[in-house]
Each structure stands twice: as structure tokens, then as C-alpha cells.
Design a protein around this ligand. Structure first.
Ligand code: THU
Length: 127
């Protein structure tokens, strides 16, 4: 398995998902090779839940990191789980056309690019 996928699977172990029981982990690699991990953090109000991908992005941004290469996303399901719509917007805005590596606990892997997951975006160029 891709090493970043292994880190995403490990990050998934920290998920706070008592409501959905659906644990997700993400591992975001920056241009210098540093890795920023995240997991989903749910909330009793449901709507305040934050996805693993966005946790990884905001952790990196808040530490001054601005350039990224790829992100791996790992969920509990056998079916590979791509980023939700909100995460696609955030990933596009902060990371651009990075590689997205989906993995599951069985070791299945699929790689795609953000431009294919998020065609015709609304972003800073739109303003
Ligand atoms: N979730 C993520 O963390 N990332 C995704 O891309 C899809 C959904 C989380 C949010 C929620 O805690 C749980 O998965 C079920 O939707």
C-alpha cells in the first residue's frame, strides 16, 4: 500500500465518530514531504461535524504550510470513500489539483486527481 495510505488508515484510529460509527482518516503530504493527518470529529449537533480531510488541511494551513502534493483518504468501508462536496471545495482552494489516493482497510487503492473530482470549480478566480 502507498505509505500515505497507511498513515491515513492510522489517523482513522483517532476518529471521533460515536454517531455515524464511520471512521475516516486523511494524510496530506506537503511539498517538503511533511505529512499532516486528520480524522473526522463528530458533534452531537451533527451539523458541526468536521471531516478528516478538512481537519488535515486546517492543521497544515494553521502551521504555515501552503504547498501540497497529495492526500490519502481511508474510511472503514470496503467501498473506497472519496471526499465529500465540502471537502472538495476546501481541498481545491488550498491544495489545487493534487493527487487523491483512496484506500480501505483491505488495502484496495485508487488514485485520482482533484481536477477530475471537482470540475468547473468556484474559486478565487471566480471573484
Ligand atoms: N466523512 C469524512 O470524514 N470525510 C468524507 O469525505 C466523507 C464523510 C465523515 C463525516 C462523518 O463523521 C462520517 O464520515 C459520516 O458521514
Amino acid at each position: 500500500m502507498h505509505p500515505l495510505g497507511k498513515l491515513a488508515l492510522a489517523a482513522r484510529e483517532h476518529a471521533y465518530a460515536p454517531f455515524s460509527k464511520f471512521r475516516v482518516g486523511a494524510a496530506l503530504e506537503d511539498d517538503a514531504g511533511g505529512v499532516h493527518t486528520g480524522c473526522n470529529v463528530e458533534n452531537a449537533s451533527y451539523g458541526l461535524t468536521i471531516c478528516a480531510e478538512r481537519v488535515a488541511v486546517v492543521k497544515a494551513i494553521s502551521e504555515g504550510v501552503r504547498q501540497f502534493r497529495r492526500i490519502a483518504v481511508a474510511a472503514d468501508a470496503d467501498r473506497l470513500t472519496p471526499p465529500c462536496g465540502a471537502c472538495r471545495q476546501i481541498l481545491w482552494e488550498f491544495c489545487g489539483d493534487i493527487e487523491v489516493i483512496l484506500v480501505n482497510p483491505r488495502g484496495d487503492t485508487e488514485t485520482m486527481r482533484m481536477k477530475d473530482l471537482f470540475p468547473r470549480p468556484f474559486d478565487a478566480h471566480s471573484l
